[in-house]
Design a protein around this ligand. Sequence first.
Ligand code: ADP
Length: 267
Amino acid sequence: MMKELVLLKLGGSSITKKADNKFEMNEEVLNNSAKEIAQALKEKEFNLILICGVGPFGHTNVKKYDLNNGIKTKNQEKGVEKTIQDCDFVADKVIEALEKQKLKTRHLPGYWVCKHDNKKVIVYEIEDYEKALQRGEIPITTGTMVKDKTLKWSVMSGDTSIAQITKQMKPQKIILGTDVDGIYTADPKIEKNAKLIKEINKENLEEVIKMADKSKAIDVTGGMKGKLEKLAEQLNGNEAQIFNLLIPGNLKKALLGKELNSTKIKL
Ligand code: ADP
């Protein structure tokens, strides 16, 4: 019998100081996450792939050097190099935390496995993930810069990895850790009355979007409608669960399939 494959995202908002826009890891959340992964793996056998958001380690550089519209100057090339180093730093930190828990890891940088053309994936190789899992390692990929046929380099987000691995490896479980309990009727950091939506499925999707539209908080990325559309595209019909990684105990529960406050997505 094949072991269950779990795809876990550690969101940039939870493992880095994304909200403060600092080039800093949230060591507490990271170390606690590593501990809970180790505990869950003791209770149950499963294969795990880890995708990490990089928060400010990515987007601060991308903005500063203008790295997502074609690389044309020496300065931009320097920026690409710096961004890759910064994103690799996040991977190193995650690996360090996991190794403290005696877990075996394998860094699979985005620029090894993924190639873009005009910001779109043309190659995403999963062979190395399969090999790592066979060796009993936890593969780790972060958002980073990848080669781009037209633009030279462009940004690959952690969400791209989620989408590609979901499509190609069909994980039995997809769990997305972030810094709020799930998807709300509006951004819970702005609207105090926002309500957590426990489940989003085909039946209530329209209603959920309508609710969100009524709220005052509409963010630049298209608010919740945009968020959900992107998520649905990534998940491609697979179920997923969004949960709060800042609350100790949540990750272990999610990994073991126990009940917790969260949003289940069944689109
Ligand atoms: P991550 O970095 O963990 O991938 P994001 O920063 O992309 O996560 O998204 C999480 C953030 O989205 C939350 O911190 C929250 O403030 C914001 N947000 C905006 N609208 C919503 C909503 N309707 N429900 C939940 N979170 C929302």
